[in-house]
Design a protein around this ligand. Sequence first.
Ligand code: SF4
Length: 280
Amino acid sequence: MRIIKTESIIDVVKDMCIKANIHLSQDMEDTIRKAAAEEDSKLGRQIMNQLCDNLDIAARDEIAICQDTGMAVFFVNIGQDVHLEGMNITDAINEGVRRGYKEGYLRKSVVSDPLLRVNTNDNTPAIIHYDIVPGDKLEITIAPKGFGSENMSRVFMLKPADGEEGVKEAIVKAVMEAGPNACPPVFVGVGLGGDFELSAELAKKALTRKAGEHSKLPHIARIEEEVLDTINKSGIGPGGLGGKTTALAVNIETYATHIAGMPLAVNMCCHVNRHVTVVI
Ligand code: SF4
């Protein structure tokens, strides 16, 4: 049994909030720069180059890549041989978010009530997904999520008879309906299977996959490639202004499901696909 003092998580989370909002991971950055070099449309290439310049400026001046610094979404894997000691882990994570968004001068984008809409002024509460896993480590991933793209996300309760074609059509439909609103080029996170809420969680988790990686399931990896190809033939392009770079990846995570259903969630993410992982 390994003891981890939850107070020690606060500063780790604070730094993760700041880092995630200022620097894209190298794999994400490389993907964007490669797409910029390969875009055929003149206007599309201009937009892509502006996105690259924006990344450079954010890193140089230590400022957020985008004004929408998102809701702080976390995936936390707790090793079953870890004993968390001290304050409640959820409170520790929220305290880290509070400090990170304040000290990093990151926009506070959270309201305490969906209808009354009073800003909490510290970007809390975070959205935290916990998993118990083997081992004695604590793995924390932050994925700050902007809502331009979040608002264009969809859940489709497909029927088994919809099959592979139904899955492909639904993903493409979500991206086409999002058009320029999701700030393309986008990353498309897909959760296929499970139930209503698990499909949505899988879709969000799919966005944290390393750029360039495909599903380990050959039939799913094939669908990822085919759907990406279809989306990029749509001509929506960077910023919705035309070009072949509409999506940078389609990542599909799957789970077992019920004989009567085939839930499919599409979580749209703009090119600012931020995430940082720390293992304690
Ligand atoms: S969708 Fe992404 S790029 Fe667009 S405003 Fe939100 S965080 Fe920024």
